[in-house]
Structure formats: structure tokens, C-alpha cells
Ligand binder design. Structure first.
Ligand SMILES: C[S@@+](CC[C@H](N)C(=O)[O-])C[C@H]1O[C@@H](n2cnc3c(N)ncnc32)[C@H](O)[C@@H]1O
Length: 298
């Protein structure tokens, strides 16, 4: 059962702790009014390298992205039981390392961690010590700056729920295999310390389908470099034509590689993966829909 604070009358509500750090950051960036007045269209800023694009994306799209991740974690209608259970079990206790790509300003990871904290608070999950090592990578330095600041802001709240985080960021260009090599070296530098490795890839499809081919070598490299580890790769995307093309591209990549990532969960055609969420900044209740794919090696 999902607590009312996260899901009520078929509407998703984001954790108070997440809303608070997000709101404070909007105010600090002088973007609160912008966020309040925008219309939750499905089309919005797609993120980018410079400060202004990053701020706009943060103000317009952060909560949409975090709502999608939360919907998968809490899975209130049991649409993605295997994925949700796998997430809850991986992030239940022990030492886990997570690669968050593209990190953006952290909607995915913050949503994951604050949702887990809220589930622990309501005794829906056991409160066992959990140490999460986070490597967030993106080609936008301005996004990574906000990313680190938000994680710093949320760190103490998470601690109260026995979720302890360490984090670092890495400037990374997915079109450049050398840059991906450096990222993976950073991610795996203390690989023996962790019981599991997790790769969260959320909202990458928006970079435009003409770019996917350029990620080929890097994605290929990531999978190969992780192939000796107990790993899960989870892709969470909005349900758009572009995202279907992106996940099709990912599928081909995985198929032509090895079979080491044995379990594939593909819920891209699940018609129920639609939901409504409450936007605490605009007061609106926009609709959202997701598609996802999970590859895991037990
Ligand atoms: C929509 S955001 C996703 C952020 C986050 N994962 C989320 O769920 O909100 C997309 C990110 O992709 C990044 N990006 C675009 N092209 C990239 C590339 N070639 N290499 C690395 N990051 C890239 C952008 O800077 C942007 O932060």
C-alpha cells in the first residue's frame, strides 16, 4: 500500500522534502515565478549546456521528470511490479553504487531517494542502513552544479531515514567514447566496495532522435565495462514517439551485444502507465505517461 502522502485519489504527490529543496533552489535562481506561470505542456525546454537553458529546464521540467521516477518506485497500481520491486530490493540496505546519466539537475536521483525515504517513514519499507554512492554525469556543467547543490541540501533529510549518500559529478559527453571511458573509470574505481551497481538513465530521449546514433559507442562501452558486475540498467522515458525510437535504439544495441544482461523488462506498450500528478508550484494536475526498460544481470 502506498502512503497517502505520495498517492491519493489516483493522483501522485511528490515528497515534501523534495518539494522543499526544489522550491528553495527555484527561489535562489530567481526562477520561482517562471516555474509558477508555465503551463506543464508536454513540450518544454530540453536542457542544455548553458546557464539559461539549464535554469529554464529546471523550472519547467524538473517535477515532470521526478514524478515519472516516483511513479516507477512507488508503483501504486502495480504496473511495473518487477521493476519497482527490483528498485526497492536493490536500495533496501548495504552499499550500492549508482551511475546517473544524464544527471541533469537530479530529478531522477532525488525522486528515487526521497521516495524511498518517504516509504521508510511510513514503514512501507524496512529502515536499514543504506549507503548510496552516486556518480552523476552530464555535459552541462551548470546542470551538474545544481545537481550537487540539491544533493547537499537533501543529504541530512535522507540521513534521518538511514540513507547515507556520497556523490560526485563528472562532465561527460555521450557522443565521445573517450569521455565515457573516463566516466566508467570514475564509476568503477572502488567497484569491490559495492554489492550492486545500478545505472539510471532517465529522460535521455529528448536530445533528439538524430543524436541517438552518436551514442552507440559510448552505450556499447558502458554495457561491456559493467558486464562482470551485478548490474541493473533502468531506462525511464516519457511516453513519446521520440522515446519509443530511443528505446528501440537501446534494444538493438543490447541485442547486438552480449546476452549477459539477461532479464529484459519491456513495458513500453503498457497502456496503464499513465497517471496524473500534482504540481505543487503551479497547483495544476498534469497528465503524464511513461515507458521503461530494464536490463539486469543477477
Ligand atoms: C531531460 S535531462 C534528463 C535529466 C535527468 N536524468 C532527469 O530525469 O530529469 C537531459 C540531459 O541530457 C543532457 N545531455 C544532452 N546531450 C548530452 C550528451 N551528448 N552527453 C551528456 N549529456 C547530454 C542535457 O545536458 C540534459 O541535462
Amino acid at each position: 500500500m502506498t502512503p497517502d502522502s505520495l498517492w491519493k485519489d489516483n493522483i501522485l504527490y511528490q515528497p515534501e522534502s523534495l518539494i522543499e529543496v526544489y522550491k528553495n533552489k527555484l527561489i535562489a535562481l530567481s526562477m520561482y515565478e517562471h516555474a509558477k506561470n508555465h503551463t506543464n505542456n508536454s513540450v518544454g525546454a530540453t536542457g542544455g549546456r548553458n546557464d539559461d537553458e539549464t535554469k529554464k529546464h529546471f523550472a519547467e521540467r524538473f517535477l515532470t521528470s521526478s514524478a515519472r521516477t516516483q511513479f516507477v518506485v512507488i508503483d501504486p497500481r502495480e504496473d511495473f511490479k518487477t521493476v519497482s520491486n527490483n528498485l526497492k530490493s536493490t536500495f533496501s540496505s548495504g552499499e550500492i553504487s549508482i551511475l546517473d546519466i544524464p544527471a541533469g539537475t537530479g530529478a531522477g536521483i532525488l525522486s528515487l531517494l526521497t521516495s524511498l525515504a518517504e516509504l521508510r517513514f511510513h514503514s512501507k519499507l524496512p529502515k536499514l542502513p543504506l549507503h548510496v554512492n552516486i556518480v552523476g554525469a552530464d555535459f552541462s556543467t551548470s546542470a551538474l552544479m545544481i545537481y550537487s547543490q540539491l544533493l547537499q541540501e537533501i543529504e541530512n533529510v535522507l540521513k534521518q531515514h538511514l540513507i547515507f549518500i556520497e556523490y560526485e559529478t563528472c562532465e561527460w559527453d555521450a557522443t565521445n567514447p573517450q569521455s565515457t571511458n573516463l566516466l566508467i573509470r570514475q564509476f568503477l574505481k572502488e567497484e569491490d566496495k559495492y554489492e550492486e551497481h545500478y545505472v539510471l538513465m532517465s529522460a535521455f530521449s529528448g536530445v533528439g532522435s538524430s543524436n541517438y546514433k552518436k551514442f552507440d559507442k559510448s552505450f556499447d562501452y558502458i554495457q561491456t565495462a559493467l558486464s562482470h558486475l551485478h548490474t541493473t540498467i533502468l531506462y525511464i522515458e516519457p511516453n513519446t514517439n521520440e522515446a519509443s525510437t530511443f528505446l528501440g535504439f537501446i534494444d538493438k544495441l543490447h541485442n547486438k551485444l552480449t546476452t549477459w544482461l539477461s532479464k529484459v523488462i519491456n513495458l513500453s506498450i503498457n497502456p496503464d502507465a499513465r497517471f496524473q500528478w500534482h504540481d505543487p508550484i503551479t497547483g495544476n494536475t498534469p497528465k503524464s505517461a511513461i515507458i521503461l526498460k530494464q536490463y539486469s544481470r543477477e
